[in-house]
Design a protein around this ligand. Sequence first.
Ligand SMILES: Cc1ncc(C[n+]2csc(CCOP(=O)(O)OP(=O)(O)O)c2C)c(N)n1
Length: 290
Amino acid sequence: VVDHLGDGDALALDHRGTAPLLARGIDPVALLRECLGREDGICAGRGGHMHLFSPAHLAASSGIVGASGPAGVGFALAAEHLRPGHIAVSFFGEGSMNQGMLLESLNLATAWKLPLISVCKDNRWAITTPSPSVTAGNMADRVKGFGLPFFEIDGVDIGAVWEAAKKAVERARNGGGPAFLLAHCVHREGHFLGYQPFRMTKHPVKEMAPLAVPIAKSLLRRQGASPTVRLGALGDLMKRIRAEAKEALSPANDPVARARRLLEADPTRLANLEATVRNQVLAAVRAALA
Ligand SMILES: Cc1ncc(C[n+]2csc(CCOP(=O)(O)OP(=O)(O)O)c2C)c(N)n1
């Protein structure tokens, strides 16, 4: 999505803003230093990884779930008046779609025909809450209810995302108004850093050992449901974790592996690209820690 943006376009980001900012061309060294809380970070070390701002890139992020909606509408309204032909993009997860301010933003962007592309990264979990358990109705119907053009895409397929975003961005630039992209995604590293269910799948003995005593104690407690019911619940939980980990860790759901396969037709280009990325990452980490 960010590949279609240029100077004068704006980015309203959620609590996962680092990847779009890097794609937008933010200095990776200053970004890493920000995450380390250093004065020479992009927000003088005061924002951390959840509150990243770059006035030069018209980029703002917020750890307040749903806040990228109103920020995106503000950016889009400013673009309409101050930078005609430019647009705004807001990124958020499907969990944010239950926040009032985000739904109000979709309403206003559509009513005022603002150049705003709303990108919903749907990984079916709002950190630890399965989104379907707290979401009424169907996302497509909800968005179409606003009269918003709606693109549903496989978020793991970089090409499909690029194509859909191109259409939506061109339309908005030419005065066609807002659009909504629903990208089905998978969190390959889990929903937060050190996500325990995936660690348990990868290293069952190491991760389960400290839990053995508390689990045994809870199963043997006199109060509460019968041990059979409790064992059943534990079994269901393990089944769910295994299914989720299987999906997340499958190579079919790895966007980099899938993009890599496409580039294998040109091995020299692929090798150069991988070497460039590796060197850039190493150089940025070394410089940030210096
Ligand atoms: C207003 C608000 N409520 C609750 C939280 C705590 N919180 C942080 S992330 C998150 C889940 C967000 O889910 P989603 O938007 O789907 O994004 P994901 O983390 O799945 O990428 C919650 C509830 C918050 N940061 N802000």
